[in-house]
Ligand binder design. Sequence first.
Ligand code: BTN
Length: 241
Amino acid sequence: MPWRINQLTETASTNDDVKRAAEAGEAEGLVICAARQTAGRGRHGRAWESPQGNLYCSVLLRPNDLQNAGRYSFVAAMAFYDTVRQCLPIADITLKWPNDVLVEDEKIAGILLEAGPGWLVIGMGLNILHHPETALYPATSLLAAGGGDKPLDEILDMLLQNVDHWYGVMQKEGFAPVRAAWLKRAHKGRLSVRLSEGTLEGVFADLDAEGRLGLRLADGSERAISSGDVWLGAGRQGRTR
Ligand code: BTN
């Protein structure tokens, strides 16, 4: 993919910028990055703290299977996994449904997927020098995990190459190889899931072909979850440590 990279010093949200460009007819491959964001957005309408020193970028894609847009969050998660692995060669890196990247069980990156008619925006934030102390999930940064020595430009290049790779896999071979790769790296163990109707506890069982989380409950049944907040362990919802 010949990425067209637009580097800004400051913006409200790179996702908003790329969405506007998408709606105005911009071709696939646009990337907007900002050194800092004044209104960075996370999943479920939450704020994403965006001080200078971390990576904030959004890419515009126009995939041929937008009816399954949610599956692209696993494309982005795999791209982030590979990038963090290149920065932290021996760290314990795992993936938590739907699209968090964890280092030693702490969140290092976030992905915000937004789709509209004919377009998909993948917003990616990677904690390089800073991480929030009081986030919904325990968080870390490349610096705190013993990395953080690579320049931001180099990390962005690696990330875009990895997005290109996994996007290509998805376009040519479909979701199966992306799902298999994600499953291999998934955090397997006890999870707490907060749903709109309450909290469920269980053990990670599967990522299904629709991208839903399979949770094995205490009675042995498996529940497919398509939207919710997930914590590692039991009874840890909303705790920061
Ligand atoms: C999450 O809640 O985990 C998703 C966080 C996504 C943050 C990125 S930073 C670049 C892009 N612009 C935004 O406003 N959000 C995404």
